[in-house]
Ligand binder design. Structure first.
Ligand code: HEM
Length: 86
């Protein structure tokens, strides 16, 4: 499922941060983008509403454990607003 767009309040707190959606969470990759071994392509997936889950799995099939370990070093937040009743 694609992530919900950020609320105006959330955008207001960090308008210049770049986040990438992976399996239910938004990871802050702002400072790491210049270090991505795969280059700038990662930036296309930081746009509002993009889901990078499948591209991340497909482009890093042989190194997925390494990728997930790297992602643990990023700050993250749930993409779904957990204060909203379901
Ligand atoms: C936070 C998310 C991501 C992390 C932590 C990450 C990390 C890495 C790492 C460690 C490598 C080098 C090892 C390898 O080739 O597997 C790599 C390569 C690569 N990544 Fe990512 N990546 C991310 C997102 C993406 C996305 C969204 C794309 C979109 C297509 C992408 C495309 C690529 C490509 C094409 C390479 C291969 C580069 C080459 O072989 O020359 N990555 N990435």
């Amino acid at each position: 499922m694609a992530p919900r767009p950020r609320t105006a309040e959330e955008v207001g707190t960090s308008p210049l941060r770049k986040e990438i959606y992976y399996e239910g969470y938004l990871y802050d990759v702002t400072d790491w983008i210049p270090d991505h071994p795969g280059g700038k392509i990662i930036e296309f997936y930081t746009d509002e509403g993009e889901d990078a889950t499948i591209p991340i799995q497909q482009f890093h099939q042989r190194s997925i454990k390494q990728i997930l370990a790297r992602m643990k070093t990023f700050s993250k937040r749930p993409a779904i607003n957990s204060t909203v009743a379901h």
